[in-house]
Design a protein around this ligand. Sequence first.
Ligand code: PLP
Length: 399
Amino acid sequence: MTDVVSPLDDLRSWQRALREQFPIIVGHPGLAYLDSAATAQKPGAVLDAVRRYLTTSNANAGRGTYPWANATTALVERTRDRVKEFLGDPDPDRSAVHFTSGATEGLRIVARDWLTSCLGDGDEIVVPFGDHQANLSPWLEARDQLARQGVGIRVRELPYQAASGDYDPAALAGAVGPRTRFVAATHVHHVYGGDMNVRRIRQAVGPKVPICLDAAQSVGHLPFSLAGLDVDFVVFSGHKALALPGSGAIWSRDVRGPALRPGGWSGTPNTVGIASLEAALDWLDAAGLERIERWTVALGTRLTDGLSRLPAYEVLGCRLSLAAASQAQRRRSIVTFRHHKIDSNDLGFILFSHGFMVRSDGHCQAGSEGRDGAVRVSLHIHNTVEEIDSLLSVLANLQ
Ligand code: PLP
């Protein structure tokens, strides 16, 4: 076990200080929050920023000329730049950030207001059928909208490797043809926890096809750098990145197609959400995403390895990288599993009776596998080795 514990040991005091900054965690000592992939808890700095904004300069953005209105407009514009910086945008003068209510709305805006204007009869798009439903429905809705206008497009499935919950780049290369105009992919899978390796997707589809990346499970959880990704859209949810619910953003650029111009009158932006997003990104950068990733991945590995020693459980996805010593370790901070005999919802209730808050259902996964239900543990920086070890001992007693 030492090879697993050591990366955690040198981070323990750093992690303890960060955990102390989550009021809801500190305020509930008997509970372990293991559902950060659904929504993340907020550090005090985010709560303070919200209160500060609402008590010093709350106004509408882009409308008034008095100081509070100007301060709010400045907040919105500053946070656009902050999002670009946080995403490691190498060319911020040539990209745009639009605020949304979350990843679901972001993906829908790309589909409705951009994709439909780019496609003609006979064009093809490639999209994931086994990722989050939010990254499938909008593309199918775009197809249906075009069909009503007499434009027939073909939607092809982004192929998976059956055993690993990973995309299959070789099969993807076969699915891409001269009429392929768009590919949608996911950065980190919300059920399998795997890094879906977007660079391989770019290699498989070639340099010309726009790619939209659903980064809901990576932004705020691991270091993110647009520099190495070569994608055209990045969509994420603020609430999974420690900001308030109802916040999120689309980053876009127009090197492989027209600029994204969200349609219609956008109305008052969620300025409180934007204030919380700015504070959350500042907090994450100050804490250090590289260390956050090291900590949460090491906890996830500890859990995965522990589960693999309990014959009553099956861990979903990433089966090639379960070993702690594996060089191919791609699992991030999400571990999803089933008990061979206990229904996953029942397991969720049992775990809560021991103080563990996990997700246990179909996880909004498109396609069939998710419908069988599974328990998902998703980690963030407030989680501890002790939580993982006591979860494993509860699970071991349910053989
Ligand atoms: N994409 C992925 C990978 C997700 O995990 C989720 C939420 O769990 C979404 C999209 C949708 O995010 P939201 O509900 O914040 O819009």
